[in-house]
Design a binder for this molecule. Structure first.
Ligand SMILES: Nc1ncnc2c1ncn2[C@@H]1O[C@H](COP(=O)(O)OP(=O)(O)O)[C@@H](O)[C@H]1O
Ligand SMILES: [Mg+2]
Length: 261
């Protein structure tokens, strides 16, 4: 399906993020093919799909890290970003976390977040200190601020990635499997954090395999398979879709019924 010549349905303001027919191949493998979707302010769009479906690659294309799309357009806040340097995209208000827990292990928790504030928002001096303090407080990391990042638990490291992302006050937060490896109570805590970010005015793009979380907080869910968008719709509709059950929910038909409500 081509987006060319068609306009997103609008009821007032243009979308915050518009992804139009983006694609990326690695040799013969089309990791992402002809994917389009749009996101409004304070929207939560969940992205699901089997391993290798192209979810992380889609995030990489949107953020220009570590590569650009081969085809298609990405527009954020009215500006084309599909050939823009990653730090400029960050400064426009688009922040992400990574699937693999990533931090500068030898720096302290505070120094990690401070790097986000410097690189992502160009802050310095007192403004930077205030932003870092607020982000640490928000993610319950203030007590650990002088510890090396390597001393954090899995959930601590996830919260550090979140602090480094939100320190710039983004309009869009992209989370790549933030709940993997967490206990049930940590997942519940993460869920309320994400909803809190949305209430603060951020839109959220959420890749997640923990389906109760994904279907529980997303306004819409998009399922990818073999690099393509299989379906996008309200969670209850998506969980009932036979193609989704076949491609992804598979043996989890009980889970599918529960999700469909
Ligand atoms: N840098 C890369 N070079 C070659 N192949 C890649 C690269 N990144 C991803 N792929 C391939 O693209 C496909 C989609 O991967 P990915 O986006 O990580 O899937 P998902 O996040 O949905 O599990 C996989 O087959 C993966 O092996
Ligand atoms: Mg992935």
């Amino acid at each position: 399906m081509s987006m060319q010549g068609s306009r997103m349905q609008t009821t007032g303001s243009p979308p915050l993020l518009e992804v139009a027919s983006v694609g990326k191949s690695f040799g013969a493998l089309a990791a992402v093919a002809d994917v389009s979707f749009a996101l409004r302010e304070r929207d939560i769009l969940g992205i699901a799909g089997p391993n290798g479906a192209g979810k992380t690659t889609l995030f990489n294309l949107i953020t220009g890290t570590p590569f650009f799309p081969d085809s298609g357009r990405v527009t954020f806040r009215g500006t084309r970003i599909d050939r823009m340097a990653p730090h400029r995209i960050f400064r426009l208000g688009l922040a992400r976390t990574f699937q693999k827990e990533a931090s500068f292990a030898n720096l302290t928790v505070e120094q990690n977040v401070s790097l986000g504030a410097t690189y992502g928002a160009g802050l310095s001096g007192r403004a930077r200190e205030r932003a870092v303090d607020a982000a640490l407080e928000r993610l319950d990391l203030s007590a650990m601020r002088r510890q090396p990042a390597s001393s954090l638990t899995v959930y601590g490291t996830k919260r550090l990635m979140l602090a480094s992302a939100i320190v710039v006050g983004p309009k869009l937060l992209m989370l790549d499997e933030p709940a993997s490896g967490l206990t049930a109570s940590e997942v519940a805590d993460l869920q309320s954090l994400i909803l809190g970010f949305r209430d603060d005015g951020m839109a959220i793009l959420l890749i997640e395999h923990i389906l109760p979380l994904l279907f529980g907080i997303s306004e819409r869910v998009m399922v990818m398979d073999f690099g393509r968008k299989l379906i996008e719709g309200p969670p209850s509709e998506v969980a009932r879709d036979q193609r989704v059950i076949d491609a992804y929910l598979g043996g989890q038909s009980e889970a599918a019924h529960a999700l469909a409500g």
